[in-house]
Design a protein around this ligand. Structure first.
Ligand SMILES: Cc1cc2nc3c(=O)[nH]c(=O)nc-3n(C[C@H](O)[C@H](O)[C@H](O)COP(=O)(O)OP(=O)(O)OC[C@H]3O[C@@H](n4cnc5c(N)ncnc54)[C@H](O)[C@@H]3O)c2cc1C
Length: 384
């Protein structure tokens, strides 16, 4: 019997089918062009908004789908299965499943009413600005400052590697409101770049993979932001706010890594069944069978692990250490599995037009962003 994830009920199965058809019809045909231009068309965001693919778990009163994180996971999985994670998938996850949740959890009622319905419609694209040239893993080291002035803050500093950086209409920036207070001096402030004097977008970074995902530098030179844009209304709570959301963010990366492994194994099984060498099919070599058996096992362990965590998340929550383990295990395993699959493709596995090569390049980032593997180990070891 084919395995069905225990958290996917009848309603989610219907959504899965709906998303898969939308992705094939409206998104997949544009993938190559988006990879060449380095970003996804705004029109695709608007279309996704129209059919309910954005902000699926944001309450209906704020224009969202009124669902839960299972709805978000289904949408992510189907986008990933179609090979669109490294562009549309990552971009919409950041906006709908991360930034929208910050606004929902910490924004004022007026901000929720102003931003969330437009985010759900694809009219506002969100970004999260944590990393800086001098501070990635060590977030306490951020130097972007927010100085208190009459009626608000003036933000100065630089962010880098910001997903959706070129197209973002709303940026949740990690800033220091008190540079002397360590973690307690970190705050989250929502910046609306349109017309903001002193705000500048830098380069769209040329990356090894994830070519359709806009990853950019952002510059802030005394940018004025009204005081109500301080999320949570109280300075110094940024670190705790970030930590509170991180388990789901890491589980999202684990889900996407698992989908990528499953896709790689499926592609490779198909390939070895038609590639002939030394007078037989590549699939008939015992080495091929053993390698694919190992890959399938690793992908299955990942699948069962993330499914178990999805069940826990939907029932209650997932603790930060287990979420870190899921990210660590699945992304490290993703690297191993896809590397073995590329090997079985031979030279074709190194050619970008083959989906396996794109999966390989996209996979390399998952061990770095959302907290590098070493940071995951730090989190896990602290709880031992
Ligand atoms: C495609 C992509 C998209 C991204 N999107 C965003 C985004 O939307 N918003 C955002 O804010 N950032 C984003 N990032 C940035 C990402 O989160 C950082 O790259 C990541 O946190 C690592 O920071 P760093 O690059 O400065 O590496 P560093 O912090 O310099 O770390 C370098 C290496 O040091 C090692 N290391 C780190 N910490 C430890 C430790 N405690 N113990 C031992 N070894 C350690 C690890 O091997 C690590 O890879 C993105 C990055 C990429 C590649």
């Amino acid at each position: 019997m084919p395995y069905v994830s225990p958290w996917i009920d009848e309603e989610l199965a219907i959504l899965q089918d709906h998303v898969a058809r939308f992705v094939q019809r409206e998104l997949a045909p544009h993938r190559e062009r988006w990879e060449e231009q380095g970003y996804v068309d705004r029109e695709a965001w608007l279309k996704a908004g129209q059919v309910g693919l954005l902000c699926a778990s944001i309450p209906e009163e704020y224009g969202g789908g009124g669902g839960h994180r299972g709805h978000e996971a289904i949408i992510m999985q189907e986008i990933g299965r179609a090979g669109l994670w490294g562009g549309f998938g990552a971009g919409t996850s950041v906006s709908s499943c991360i930034v929208a949740h910050y606004i929902l959890a910490y924004g004022t009622e007026a901000q929720k009413q102003r931003w969330l319905p437009k985010m759900a419609a694809g009219e506002i694209i969100g970004a999260i600005g944590m990393s800086e040239p001098g501070a990635g893993s060590d977030l306490q080291g951020v130097s972007t400052s927010a100085k208190k002035v009459e009626g608000g803050y003036r933000i100065s500093g630089q962010k880098t590697w910001i997903s959706n950086g070129q197209c973002a209409d709303l940026i949740v920036a990690v800033v220091k409101t008190d540079p002397t207070a360590g973690a307690k001096g970190v705050s989250l402030i929502a910046v609306e770049p349109a017309g903001a004097e002193g705000f500048r977008r830098g380069r769209r970074l040329s990356k090894l993979g994830m070519h359709a995902q806009d990853t950019s530098e952002l510059f802030f030179d005394e940018v004025f932001v009204p005081e109500e844009n301080l999320l949570g209304g109280e300075e110094g709570r940024g670190f705790a706010q970030l930590m509170h959301q991180l388990a789901w963010e890491r589980l999202q990366i684990a889900i996407n890594a698992t989908v990528a492994m499953e896709a790689a194994v499926a592609l490779t099984v198909d390939y070895v069944r038609q590639r002939r060498l030394f007078g037989k099919l590549l699939a008939d070599f015992q080495n091929t069978q053993f390698k694919l058996a190992e890959c399938k096992t690793l992908a299955t362990v990942s699948r069962r692990f993330v499914d178990r965590l999805m069940v826990e998340l939907l029932a209650d929550d997932v603790d930060p250490e287990t979420a870190a383990m899921a990210k660590l295990w699945t992304t490290e395993t993703q690297g191993k599995v896809i590397d073995e699959c590329v090997q079985l493709f031979g030279g074709y596995g190194y050619v970008s037009e083959y989906p396996i090569a794109r999966l390989y390049a996209d996979a390399r980032a998952t061990r770095i962003f959302g907290g590098a593997s070493e940071v995951m180990k730090l989190i896990i070891s602290r709880a031992l």
